[in-house]
Design a protein around this ligand. Structure first.
Ligand SMILES: [Zn+2]
Length: 116
């Protein structure tokens, strides 16, 4: 359950941004979440509702977009994305080597937010 601290930090960032821009209300927050992060969307919204109570962001809807996982080939250094849920074994599309290095897929970030 690490959605709670994540949502607390998301809230802090959006509230800071809202304050600087004299926003009255935050209605939606667009988040990008790496395909491999173990953040659960339902829990993210639930925790967000909980931590944002009484703030400008109360009631804001999280719009979550998954970012594909990126790998770098250990043989030829090619970078590529792969669907880790569908492919049992990830191989480099350039040279066919297996066991590529994971370069992204666990991160999350705030893309933008909708305000009034
Ligand atoms: Zn390769």
């Amino acid at each position: 359950m690490h959605e709670l601290p994540v949502m607390e930090s998301v809230l802090k960032i959006v509230l800071g941004h809202a304050e600087r821009n004299r926003v009255r209300k935050i209605v939606a927050i667009h988040l990008k979440v790496g395909e491999l992060s173990d953040l659960m969307e339902d829990w993210m919204q639930r925790y967000f509702d909980y931590v944002s109570k009484g703030t400008l962001a109360e009631g804001a809807v999280l719009k979550i977009q998954k970012i594909p996982v990126r790998f770098r080939c250990s043989g030829c250094s090619a970078e590529f994305t792969a669907d880790v849920r569908k492919e049992a074994e990830i191989r480099c599309p350039e040279c066919g080597a297996d066991r590529p290095m994971l370069i992204s897929g666990r991160e999350y970030f705030i893309e933008n937010m909708e305000v009034i």
